[in-house]
Design a protein. Structure first.
Length: 131
């Protein structure tokens, strides 16, 4: 599966918009919610275009991650399984393979096949504790 560019459009009139990297977004009149279109662009964009388009967003996310890790390290108490899983997921980013997002997701996911008999909490924790 290729990379996809997610386009969010506020809807007002029915128009078609051509994007410079390819693809068309159709906007329908009188639609009150935001529609999402996906445009396959990975084969049409150069590495430089991808960097130009996404670098500042990725930079901000890396800074947010660094700030999160600093806050956790400054706080009192022991780290729980979530932070350990987080650190393991970060190691997946260092591997040179092209499926980093999949490996990060799988490293944080519950690998079991059978459902649990009863929920132990009211919310998901975002990481699997038994890893």
């Amino acid at each position: 599966m290729g990379h996809r560019l997610k386009i969010f459009a506020a809807i007002s009139d029915k128009t078609k918009t051509q994007f410079p990297m390819g693809g068309v977004r159709t906007i329908h009149k009188h639609c009150r919610r935001i529609k999402t279109s996906y445009i396959a662009v990975h084969n049409r964009m150069t590495r430089q275009q991808i960097l130009d388009l996404y670098f500042m967003d990725a930079r901000a996310k890396v800074i947010d991650l660094a700030a999160f890790m600093d806050r956790v390290e400054r706080a009192s108490g022991d780290e729980d399984f979530r932070m350990k899983a987080f650190r393991e997921a970060l190691k997946e980013l260092e591997n040179g393979n092209s499926d980093r997002a999949k490996r990060v997701l799988l490293s944080l996911s519950d690998p079991t096949k059978e459902p649990i008999p009863t929920a132990t909490t009211k919310a998901a924790s975002g990481a699997y504790p038994a890893k």
